[in-house]
Design a protein around this ligand. Structure first.
Ligand SMILES: Nc1ncnc2c1ncn2[C@@H]1O[C@H](COP(=O)(O)OP(=O)(O)OP(=O)(O)O)[C@@H](O)[C@H]1O
Length: 427
């Protein structure tokens, strides 16, 4: 039986525990007790255990340092690896890190090339609407790479998926679309074709700034290339233009970004794709025909903008300049409907920094959290403590607070449970 089996022994992290429990209701764990009457032994020798038999025990927060960064919780996971939150100890900036295992990359078709390409490209770029690659760390011993990026609170795809109507009000879509065009114009001016513009690759920072991210399949045009001709693409099928669906050999790179931005705008406004198919072959058949039918809810001037961006022939398709001068782009739709919010992160609407519990474990070395009290409380109760130079003060929700613990003033810090990845080098 698995009665005493704690989830952490299965090797899952906290957030994975919640996810898996929600999705399946029960777990499979390794327990080798032959008396198991309730569990089911399958062909592979695993015992099925119901969720009520599992003791949920939070994994201890163990502070992990990567260079000058303190690592927090997992923010998300893509096909290349996990993304975790970070705190830069020098600047106190909140960051996100994509953790890539080289062994895993080798198993993904073009995995290593895509990552190398992404790093090279991102290092060249600096724009308000393009995700910034802040640092690259490599741990040769562990065969891991850490891409440190600007921290974002979420992406447009997650926002849509978590909103009841699964679409944005026009004013909100307009705000994001304008920023997308600003970022795209910058990329094209640098000779970069993104090739995978879609809501899932458009992230938002805490102040609502849109960041174009995921340059894994982007292409930097040759400096001396006469035009933007490209020959390959690996973007998401639903966002591909007719020329790709019809398998042409070469195509205008910039015009494929215009098309996918048009599909993105359509999706932000309607919550649906302009071209559909049960499978990728049917989808490409539909895209390849290029017969656009806009629903009645899309009225002028938005109608003619989408029509111009989703023209079957790339030569007839709008350029960025035409989009910029279009009446819908210039307009400011009224904020008549309430905004779709950024979804909560594991139930936390405020997206509180997840690094703090690790720092608390680091500084106090126990599960006991420090007690946070206001400066006034502190002055009333422990006047001497308030003057203590060892007291650490911080700001919380605009009010001044001071942290105190009973053990704080006594001697040196307790044993620090910290894993330091000293082998990291910046590249
Ligand atoms: N800079 C960031 N700040 C905060 N969260 C991020 C950041 N970058 C990525 N994430 C989160 O991590 C998840 C995984 O991102 P990643 O770019 O690795 O993959 P993806 O684009 O979702 O998928 P794939 O790589 O398979 O196309 C994202 O869905 C997002 O929730």
């Amino acid at each position: 039986m698995c009665d005493n089996m704690a989830i952490e022994e299965v090797g899952l992290e906290n957030d994975e525990i919640e996810l898996n429990a929600d999705a399946f209701g029960d777990y499979y764990c390794h327990s080798w007790d032959n008396d198991d009457k309730d569990g089911i032994i399958n062909d592979m020798g695993f015992h099925r255990v119901d969720s009520d038999q599992i003791i949920y025990r939070s994994k201890k927060k163990r502070c992990k340092l990567i260079g000058k960064y303190v690592m927090g919780d997992v923010l998300g996971e893509g096909s290349y690896g996990k993304v975790k939150e970070l705190l830069d100890m020098e600047t106190l900036c909140r960051r996100a890190v994509k953790i890539l295992k080289k062994r895993k990359l080798r198993r993904i078709p073009n995995g290593e090339q895509n990552v190398d390409g992404e790093i090279k490209l991102l290092k060249r770029l600096k724009h308000r609407n393009v995700i910034e690659l802040v640092d690259v760390l490599v741990n040769e011993e562990k065969q891991k790479m850490y891409l440190v990026m600007e921290y974002c609170v979420g992406g447009l795809q997650d926002m849509l998926e978590n909103s009841p109507g699964r679409k944005f009000p026009q004013w909100q879509a307009h705000e994001y679309f304008s920023q997308l065009i600003d970022g795209l114009e910058y990329l094209h001016s640098k000779g970069i074709v993104h090739k995978d513009i879609k809501p899932g690759n458009l992230l938002l920072t805490l102040d609502g700034t849109l960041k174009i991210s995921d340059f894994g399949v982007a292409e930097a045009l040759d400096l001396f290339a006469p035009d933007d001709t490209c020959f390959t693409t690996q973007g998401s099928p639903a966002f591909q233009p007719p020329e790709i669906a019809n398998g042409v050999e070469s195509f205008s790179g910039f015009k494929i970004d215009i098309w996918s931005s048009g599909v993105t705008l359509y999706y932000l406004i309607t919550g649906e794709y302009p071209f559909k198919g049960d499978n990728v072959y049917r989808l490409f058949e539909s895209i390849g025909q290029g017969l656009l039918s806009l629903p009645d809810l899309i009225v002028e001037p938005l109608r003619s903008l989408l029509d111009g961006m989703l023209k079957k022939d790339p030569k007839d398709r709008f350029s960025l300049q035409q989009i910029r001068h279009h009446p819908w782009f210039i307009s400011r739709p009224g904020k008549l409907e309430t905004a779709v919010p950024v979804p909560a992160l594991r139930g936390d609407d405020l997206h509180t920094m997840s690094v703090l519990p690790y720092l608390i474990a680091y500084h106090y070395g126990s599960d006991e959290s420090p007690q946070f009290v206001t400066a006034r409380e502190l002055n009333d109760d422990h006047r001497s403590l308030a003057d203590d130079s060892e007291n650490k003060s911080t700001k919380n929700n605009g009010s001044f607070i001071t942290a105190k613990t009973t053990s704080w003033r006594r001697g040196p810090l307790p044993c620090i449970n910290v894993r330091k990845l000293t082998n990291c080098r910046t590249s």
